[in-house]
Design a protein around this ligand. Structure first.
Ligand SMILES: NC(=O)c1ccc[n+]([C@@H]2O[C@H](COP(=O)([O-])OP(=O)(O)OC[C@H]3O[C@@H](n4cnc5c(N)ncnc54)[C@H](O)[C@@H]3O)[C@@H](O)[C@H]2O)c1
Length: 348
């Protein structure tokens, strides 16, 4: 037995997709000791070539198989529409590639389980792209709560209130698997679960009010009860017209509260138990934007992979946030509260 780490050189990454994939490319380019962007795959040749030129990537292709058959690639980074997640992830696992996959893990829990099974059978690593944990205001909120600064949280109020024309694959259920809840919602579900622990019961209402070009919901309201006994609410909308986007978390405990806002990258802390480093009421503003949160996420995942450690955000984490979206859909369809774990038929 050797205890040498599995990689003693930069990981060679094949990127698929040039939408949010362009921020993945930018992030990988900034960690040369850790990873090399070795190939880019996408259906839009102009976008692929532009990224390749910008980051000096030699290999470009529109055929995914070209990445899988390249023995020099260690990691496949999937930044593709949701209906491509399962087939591409399973094929990558079978080709022996480690996988980084954008959220949501898949369109349904059945698809998610098929990915997890293929990954386990192949003995590769699955890294989940929940980059919002790496916004500094979220990371600090988690650290403050874990340090007991507001006591054990009993209430969380979360929001995603944004607007803008929804187009591309997100218009269609067969491509996206749902509307705002499986997309923006799954990000916030991951944060909610990360901070508050596992959810026991979900009750949801969904609707479509402005984005009639979409098949899925553009608005949803979800209430949650956690296994800890804590409660929460989450309002998620792609049709929330307002002066600025609003993506927030508000967490209350017996000694105070924490408020985070993505648009201003702010954390506001109120605590009746100030420690020497913390004033009673404090406002922190952090310089971490979406691109930097993605870079930090990639860096954390690749560092763990290079050292042979489990990923900081696992496939099971991706499944758990997806399960909250699925439970919300089931509740909205049946008009009933839904208890987790989901049993039986898990298709929408
Ligand atoms: N973490 C975040 O903040 C964040 C933000 C946006 C999107 N996302 C997620 O990233 C993923 C992609 O979303 P997007 O907004 O970039 O989508 P997009 O439609 O902008 O881009 C999709 C990309 O996938 C490529 N593609 C599609 N099918 C392909 C195929 N068969 N072979 C090769 N390439 C293919 C397209 O050419 C395109 O480059 C989704 O899972 C989405 O939910 C995450």
């Amino acid at each position: 037995m050797t205890n040498k780490p599995p990689f003693q050189r930069p990981l060679r990454v094949g990127l698929v997709g040039t939408g949010i994939g362009s921020l993945h490319a930018a992030g990988i380019a900034r960690m040369p000791q850790l990873a090399t962007l070795a190939a880019i795959c996408g259906l839009d040749a102009a976008a692929v070539n532009a990224l390749a030129t910008r980051y000096g990537v030699e290999k470009t292709t529109s055929r995914y198989e070209d990445l899988l058959s390249d023995p020099s690639l260690d990691v496949i980074d999937l930044c593709v529409p949701h209906d491509e997640h399962m087939p591409m992830a399973i094929a990558a696992a079978r080709a022996g590639k480690h996988i980084l996959i954008e959220k949501p893990l898949a369109r349904t829990l059945e698809e998610a389980d098929a990915i997890l099974e293929a990954v386990q059978n192949a003995g590769v690593t699955l890294m989940m792209g929940h980059n919002q944990r790496y916004y500094a205001h979220h990371a600090r909120a988690k650290a403050l709560i874990d340090a007991g600064v507001i006591g054990k949280p009993y209430l969380i109020v979360a929001s995603v209130h944004v607007h803008g024309q929804i187009d591309g694959f997100r218009r269609f259920l067969k491509h996206a698997g749902g509307g705002t809840l499986i997309d923006s919602g799954v990000h916030r579900f991951d944060l909610i679960r990360w901070i508050m622990g596992e959810v026991e019961t979900v009750f949801a209402q969904t609707g479509r009010f402005l984005q009639m070009q979409m098949e899925g919901e553009d608005c949803a309201v979800v209430t949650l009860r956690f296994r800890s006994g804590a409660i929460g609410s989450f309002s998620c909308s792609w049709s929330a017209k307002g002066p600025a986007p609003e993506e927030t978390l508000q967490i209350f405990g017996p000694y105070g509260s924490i408020y985070t806002e993505d648009h201003t990258r702010t954390l506001r802390l109120f605590t009746e138990r100030p420690t020497p480093e913390l004033e009673d009421v404090r406002q922190f503003v952090f310089p971490v934007d979406q691109a930097e949160s993605i870079r930090r996420m990639l860096e954390a995942h690749f560092t763990h992979l290079q050292q042979g450690l489990p990923p900081p955000i696992t496939g099971m984490d991706g499944r758990a946030s997806l399960e909250l979206s699925m439970a919300s859909y089931r509740s909205a369809q049946t008009g009933q509260p839904v208890h987790l774990p989901l049993q039986g038929e898990n298709q929408r």
